[in-house]
Design a protein around this ligand. Structure first.
Ligand code: HEC
Ligand code: HEC
Ligand code: HEC
Ligand code: HEC
Length: 402
């Protein structure tokens, strides 16, 4: 008797779990998360045009194209990975940048919030692009990992033969390479693919490129995170990969709670490493491995990376300490209530974000800097951890006023 009851209980539990999963999926479909739209609201393609039109390109280069009198903005340095990191580096460098603009008599660029969002999206995209790898090490790895056994130097013998080494060159840019790794056929006899680590894949791709350096990947610049979000659902990724730590999925969580490889080519390496396990999980679930086009891969990757750059949360109380400690209060008042020299900043209907803080800098920075100099103060530098708290403070109403 007991065993029958146990069976009924476990069936009931299984049904409840399925219903719950179904509800979670439905909820995710119906409610694209709002905070994720902080960065995606900008369009990298428009940002690329603004970068030229607003004259940034006169001083800054991206991937080597542009001026050389200011830091290159397209290198994969850690310091500009998220909008808050970007706004901090912009904020801290602003006085010297303003000085350079004055010295070179460059018209100061006027930017509104949409334009800053576009520029940030573009700079962010430029940063995700990989540095060119080491082609000599890449050749060694190509042989060591067995790629050379199929991708030989000779031209194809038959129609089904793998493309020769030379032909791989056509796919040797970050997004196309990731697409190729996703679509890559399994090795014969379900052999586990030889694992690639760290920058191995960058070096292999550099070999396929014959060492030619990587420029900006326009597939990524044209990517659309909203389309990526849709594809994530349409291509069944969401059935196996949670985004918000829900249990019950067979693949690793791909949401913001977990680090992805830092660049696209390294993500391609991770797809190669996991391809057999992923194929097996797909056969077990009766899912056919979806083939992806370049553009689809670009949209998916843009989506996956953009959800890692949501606004940091923060505490208004800590933000008040930051506001005091960084010296903002010496002009704006200890409660940011405003003084005779600087405007009031706080209110519960404020919607400051990293993007609007960046906009403030372009719109009010030079005037602010002028006051800093007049008062004999030091420019208030920010550190990355400050941003979330500072935003929470500025967006909260001062005590006694609601
Ligand atoms: C007249 C030259 C000039 C122009 C025009 C210019 N910048 Fe700069 N920018 C600089 C200089 C110089 C620095 C570095 C200042 C320093 O050394 O602290 C800088 C720093 C930066 C930084 C921080 C760099 C880092 O290493 O993290 C960012 C981001 C930036 N600029 C973005 C822009 C954008 C966006 C535009 C166009 C709207 C622009 N700049 C226009 C000269 C310029
Ligand atoms: C067992 C044979 C085999 C091995 C080993 C192999 N490949 Fe492939 N690869 C193929 C075949 C077959 C295709 C063509 C698939 C198609 O056309 O759909 C391919 C396609 C590719 C492509 C896409 C080419 C294009 O232009 O679309 C790239 C890039 C690639 N392989 C890289 C690699 C790398 C890097 C390795 C080693 C880490 C490797 N392959 C190991 C058989 C192999
Ligand atoms: C049937 C289930 C299933 C589906 C559908 C699926 N995956 Fe996976 N995926 C897995 C499993 C399982 C792994 C882990 C394999 C392992 O442990 O080696 C994985 C691994 C990955 C990884 C490597 C993660 C890491 O740790 O770096 C990426 C990236 C990935 N999947 C992306 C996707 C994308 C994008 C889609 C949709 C186009 C997708 N997957 C669809 C099951 C799935
Ligand atoms: C030396 C005085 C001074 C200091 C220090 C200072 N500010 Fe300002 N700030 C100003 C002035 C003056 C303006 C208005 C500039 C204008 O009218 O263009 C301003 C404008 C602003 C604005 C835009 C207000 C609006 O109307 O949109 C914000 C936001 C802001 N500051 C934040 C800060 C933060 C955060 C700090 C500390 C990291 C800081 N300020 C430090 C003088 C200062």
């Amino acid at each position: 008797m007991t065993s029958k009851r146990q069976l009924l209980v476990s069936i009931a539990l299984a049904v409840a779990t399925l219903a719950f999963l179904g509800a979670v999926l439905w909820w995710e479909q119906a409610h694209p998360p709002a905070t994720w739209s902080a960065l995606p609201s900008g369009k990298p393609e428009r940002g690329a045009a603004l970068f030229k039109d607003k004259g940034c390109v006169r001083c800054h280069a991206i991937k080597g194209a542009g001026g050389t009198s200011a830091p290159e903005l397209g290198s994969d340095r850690d310091s500009r990975r998220t909008p808050s990191q970007l706004v901090v580096s912009l904020w801290n460098h602003a006085p010297r940048m303003f000085e350079r603009m004055r010295a070179e008599e460059i018209t100061y660029p006027k930017l509104d919030e949409h334009e800053v969002a576009d520029l940030f999206a573009y700079l962010y995209t430029a940063r995700c692009i990989d540095e060119t790898g080491d082609a000599v090490r890449g050749k060694r790895l190509f042989d060591l990992k067995g790629c050379d056994r199929c991708h030989t130097d000779q031209a194809k013998q038959s129609r089904d033969a793998p493309p020769p080494l030379d032909a791989l060159r056509a796919s040797a840019s970050p997004i196309a390479w990731a697409r190729a790794m996703w679509n890559h056929p399994s090795l014969p006899n379900e052999k586990e693919p030889p694992q690639l680590e760290g920058r191995d894949m960058n070096d292999i791709m550099a070999y396929a490129r014959k060492g030619q350096s990587i420029g900006l990947d326009w597939l990524l610049v044209a990517a659309d995170t909203d389309r990526g979000w849709k594809l994530y659902h349409e291509k069944a990724c969401v059935g196996c990969h949670a985004l918000k730590g829900e249990a019950g999925r067979v693949g690793p969580d791909l949401g913001p709670g977990r680090d992805l490889p830092p660049t696209i080519v390294q993500l391609a390496g991770s797809m190669w490493n996991h391809s057999l396990a992923m194929s097996r999980a797909m056969s077990a679930k009766g899912v056919k491995r979806p083939k992806l086009e370049d553009r689809e891969m670009a949209d998916l990757i843009a989506f996956l990376y953009s959800i890692r750059s949501a606004e940091p949360g923060g505490s208004a109380t800590l933000g008040e300490v930051v506001f005091e400690g960084r010296g903002c209060s010496s002009c704006h008042g200890s409660n940011a209530q405003g003084t005779s020299t600087a405007p009031s900043l706080r209110g519960k209907n404020n919607r400051y974000s990293s993007i609007s803080l960046g906009t403030v800098l372009w719109q009010h920075g030079p005037e602010m800097n002028k006051r800093v100099v007049e008062k004999g103060l030091k420019w208030p530098d920010l550190s990355e951890g400050d941003v979330g708290d500072l935003l929470a403070f500025l967006n909260s109403a001062p005590a006694g006023r609601s």
